[in-house]
Design a protein around this ligand. Structure first.
Ligand SMILES: [Zn+2]
Length: 420
């Protein structure tokens, strides 16, 4: 791995030099995907809240929530990015997790069209579907309702009766992490959305999932994860947070599936390029990792060709938003953020914004009256803005821009709108 020497400030470190220069001890030394040991630490963020989707009932609990450190390292053997300081013990996946995006029309539309696409492509009708990390079960419910399928969802954070979907005898939920003891659950299709990035030992996990296909080589797997290539290109530092310990590019995702014993059927981007979707089925045996020459990194694609560029993109983006907040405060303009999920927690905590921004708005009513982890802003509903009359709204995901504007227009509120 090339280590930058062209600048005065080094941006890439191997684990030994990083530990020495920062006086820290990293928990892991080898890549959780391929096991390789040539790791470059390129981005770090210390003392951030361990959780960003757990509901924090009081300001005190929110600002005092346990913290952890993020040390992102890149493996030059397979291109996989992981937090080498991750401590899973800090995480608590409980009923208090509120990660649902289903309150947004934009998101619901995306979900429905994705479900229909998968149902058509794999002719999923009257079939058994397993969803690993099903959250509140909304996507599994869609697959079962639209395709007349039966479904089993696994998630320790599943809450029964959370949505208005009601009882459905085709659906069953297991409040547990998926593991080998469930390998005999009947299934024709396995779905796993926005979950793999929460798992540190990704190779071990995929090998466990492979057991489900032991006697059923025709079973198709569908996984969806955030695209770190996109994150690095736009300098989206708000997409880096503690719960996400694993970050995938197109290449590293494909490699992980291949070395874990799967054949990749399709790999594509969705949700305006923010997500990577992979479809795979069991291969005869795991493929050896293609030999990668450290000097010839073109094969790693957009992100990994430009690791130093990535570091610069994050830096520039942080400076931009820090200045924006400082200037707004100087002019006595009131800012709120729109979207109180993980992106906002990361945005506020990375920039250490507390009193500069008083409130976070969200349309998910389960979050109202709770507080942002780490920085403590109260989460309010859109109606609150009639009284508060903010000067600026920062939308945490550009994809919701039109939806937010429509809501504000209906309320006759016309602040300056900016998006990340
Ligand atoms: Zn690796």
């Amino acid at each position: 791995m090339k280590v930058s020497q062209s600048e005065n400030r080094k941006v890439l470190f191997n684990i030994d030099e990083f530990e020495k220069s920062k006086s820290v001890k990293l928990r892991y030394r080898n890549c959780p995907s391929c096991g390789g040991g040539d790791i470059s630490i390129f981005y770090w963020l210390e003392s951030v809240p361990a959780h960003s989707v757990l509901l924090m009932p009081t300001y005190r609990i929110a600002v005092n929530y346990p913290r952890g450190d993020i040390y992102l390292g890149f493996c030059s053997g397979c291109g996989f990015v992981s937090n080498y300081g991750y401590e899973p013990e800090l995480l608590e996946y409980s009923h208090n997790c509120e990660e649902s995006q289903g309150f947004s029309l934009t998101f619901t539309k995306f979900h429905k069209s994705l479900a229909n696409k998968l149902l058509d492509k794999y002719d999923l009708h009257n079939k058994d579907i397993v969803e690993i990390g099903c959250g509140k079960g909304e996507f599994l419910r869609l697959l079962c309702e639209l395709g007349d399928n039966r479904g089993v969802g696994f998630d320790p954070a599943y809450v029964s009766g959370w949505d208005e979907g009601g009882e459905d005898e085709r659906l069953r939920f297991v409040e547990d992490f998926y593991c080998e003891k469930y390998a005999d659950v009947s299934c024709d299709f396995v779905c796993c959305k926005m979950t793999l990035e929460h798992i540190h030992d990704v190779h071990i996990f995929l090998s466990t999932v492979r057991t489900i296909t032991y006697n059923r080589p025709e079973v198709v797997l569908f996984f969806q994860v955030p695209d770190f290539g996109h994150v690095s290109q736009v300098g989206a530092f708000w997409d880096i947070y503690y719960e996400h310990c694993s970050y995938f590019t197109e290449d590293s995702l494909r490699r992980l599936f291949e070395i874990s014993g799967f054949e990749v059927l399709d790999l594509w981007r969705g949700y305006e390029g923010q997500y990577l979707m992979i479809e795979a089925k069991r291969a005869e045996k795991a493929r050896d990792l293609p030999k990668v020459d450290g000097k010839n990194l073109e094969s790693f694609g957009i992100f990994t060709n430009n690791l130093e560029k990535t570091v610069q993109n994050f830096k520039k983006s942080k400076e931009k938003w820090r200045n924006f907040a400082a200037k707004s405060v100087e002019k006595d303009r009131q800012i709120v953020v729109w979207g109180a999920g993980s992106k906002a927690v990361s945005f506020l905590n990375t920039l250490r914004l507390r009193e500069e921004i008083e409130y976070a708005v969200d349309i998910n009513h389960h979050m109202w009256g709770t507080f942002m982890a780490g920085t403590g802003q109260e989460i309010v509903g859109p109606e609150f803005l009639r009284k508060y009359q903010p000067d600026i709204i920062i939308i945490m995901n550009p994809i919701y821009q039109n939806e937010v504007k429509n809501t504000l227009n209906k309320m006759s509120i016309h602040p300056e709108i900016v998006t990340l």
